[in-house]
Design a protein around this ligand. Sequence first.
Ligand code: HEC
Length: 144
Amino acid sequence: MLTFQFALSIALITSFVFVSLTILYAYDKERAKKLYIEQCSKCHRKDGRGIKGVYPPLKNSDYVQKGDKIELLRGMLFGRSGKIVVNGEVYYGVMLTEIDQKLSDEEVAMILEFVYREFNNMDIPVTAQDVVKARKLGKLPPHK
Ligand code: HEC
């Protein structure tokens, strides 16, 4: 009887820990969407389609899809410039450091995860550690 109770409490504790971790780390779509709209939509638009020839799309973007996660984060954190081809269209622009520098690593990660999931149908987790790595590497050299 005692062993049964013991097993039961272990099972309960395990599921409690599991559920709390899931709640803590679960991707929060509404929060991510809000951050995306605040930080990115004035150029890339709410629907992520951008403005042809001026602001490249993030929705169905071959650049996002074949891009490296850390490279994309560096662009978001520190800006990017130079020639870039997105879905066959050439952009020769400058994206300044537009992102709010007060955002936490977790919030920055969430924005890219939103872009992956909601605009490109890609299930790629982005973590705060990825953002730390990108911050360390610093600004991207301009594209040529
Ligand atoms: C002030 C306008 C502006 C804002 C705000 C902005 N961007 Fe950009 N973004 C640009 C421009 C312009 C380029 C193209 C830069 C170039 O020509 O090298 C670009 C390029 C990109 C690219 C690479 C090309 C592509 O479309 O796949 C990504 C990814 C990107 N931005 C993500 C973001 C994210 C995420 C945010 C919000 C955190 C954001 N941008 C905020 C203007 C902006």
